[in-house]
Write a protein that binds this ligand. Structure first.
Ligand code: TYM
Length: 332
């Protein structure tokens, strides 16, 4: 059976971008003839500084977010990366397969390291090699992600191809990125040229999955738009990144195409559309945030789910790692 793997960093709270670009898609792929494996990538999170207590809490909250959104630990394997040591072990081998030049071209590294790249951690530089290991340790065939991860998935294919070529084997598969839907790139509510991100200094730029109804409404009311109304056809959104973003969010939340949304709301002013969007967002997100809060009351149960998921993940990962070591020439 085709196998799906994807991961999210517990490096802060979940945003609407993570939900629409990733988690909602993960839920849609569950039970559709795929084996689904979803991870909290805590080893990736520490490539930038994380306070230990905050990291622990964020990992549990992310797990609660997955479950509250509809990931069922009985149907999907749900676990945190550091509990399955095979990720780090294959990551090391891939550090020796991937090239420095490949890493230097990664736009996420350039963005995250900023001007002072000399002071970035070595882990941040090598981040994509560990990400390739996350995927390939399961021989995953499909990886649902937002648009910003596309370059990392191309690198994953490069790593698989170079490994296969160097050792003369046909062992690691060519993974397919799955980047689909109306919200593969949710933008900041304050600036339509920037991605919505948990690290943006302005909280008004994003909707957090833990925001209450008032703050969701407030952020949407304050969201930047242009003075024109909504067009009835998609061409009318060209060059209007903020307008486009709000329509995309509406379409993704309501499981409609952008064309269908515009057929309904074309001709309206934003003063009329924004309250519609707030109501929709609150009705879709508040059941998730209240379920997250309920699950967070029982951190022991969350930890038990993660341990159980890690046990299942290890049964797939261990034989693939053994075979990799054998191919590479390690005495076992
Ligand atoms: P991370 O933690 O930054 O984001 C998790 C997922 O959310 C998507 N996403 C968005 N989608 C649409 N609009 C946005 N504004 C937005 N912001 C985030 C991301 O594309 C991602 O799918 N490197 C990964 C984590 C990772 C991973 C993996 C993913 C580690 N190993 C293996 C897939 C497979 C990351 O930093 O995601």
């Amino acid at each position: 059976t085709p196998r799906v793997f994807s991961g999210i960093q517990p490096s802060g709270g979940l945003t609407l971008g993570n939900y629409l670009g990733a988690i909602k898609r993960f839920v849609e792929m569950q039970g559709q003839g795929f084996e689904t494996i979803y991870c909290m990538v805590d080893l990736h999170a520490i490539t930038t500084w994380q306070d230990p207590e905050v990291l622990r809490n964020n990992t549990r909250e992310l797990c609660a977010g997955y479950i509250a959104s509809g990931i069922d630990p009985k149907q999907s394997i749900l676990f945190n990366q550091s509990q399955v040591s095979q990720h780090a072990e294959l990551g090391w081998i891939f550090n020796c397969v991937a090239r420095m030049g490949w890493m230097k071209r990664m736009t996420q590294f350039k963005d995250k390291a900023g001007k002072n790249a000399e002071n970035a951690s070595l882990g941040l530089f090598g981040y994509p090699a560990l990400m390739a290991a996350d995927i390939l340790i399961y021989h995953a065939t499909h990886v649902p992600v937002g648009e910003d991860q596309k370059q990392h998935l191309e690198l994953t294919r490069d790593v698989a191809a170079k490994f296969n070529h160097d050792f003369g084997v046909d062992f690691f598969p060519m993974t397919e990125p799955v980047i689909e839907g109306a919200a593969t790139r949710v933008m900041s509510l304050r600036d339509g040229t920037k991605k919505m991100s948990k690290s943006d200094p302005s909280d008004l730029s994003r909707i957090n999955m833990t925001d209450d109804a008032d703050s969701i409404a407030n952020k949407i009311r304050k969201a930047r738009t242009d003075p024109d109304g909504l067009p009835s056809e998609i061409e009318g959104l060209e060059g209007r990144s903020e307008a486009r973003n709000l329509v995309n969010i509406y379409a993704a939340l309501n499981e409609q195409s952008v064309e269908d949304v515009l057929r309904d709301v074309g001709g309206k002013q934003f003063s009329e559309f924004k309250p519609m969007l707030s109501d929709l967002a609150v009705s879709k997100l508040s059941p998730i945030s209240s379920e997250m809060a309920r699950l967070m009351q029982a951190p022991d149960e969350i930890d038990a789910i993660l341990r159980d998921g890690a046990d299942q993940a290890r049964t797939i990962a261990a034989p693939i790692l053994d075979k990799t070591y054998e191919i590479v020439g390690m005495v076992r």
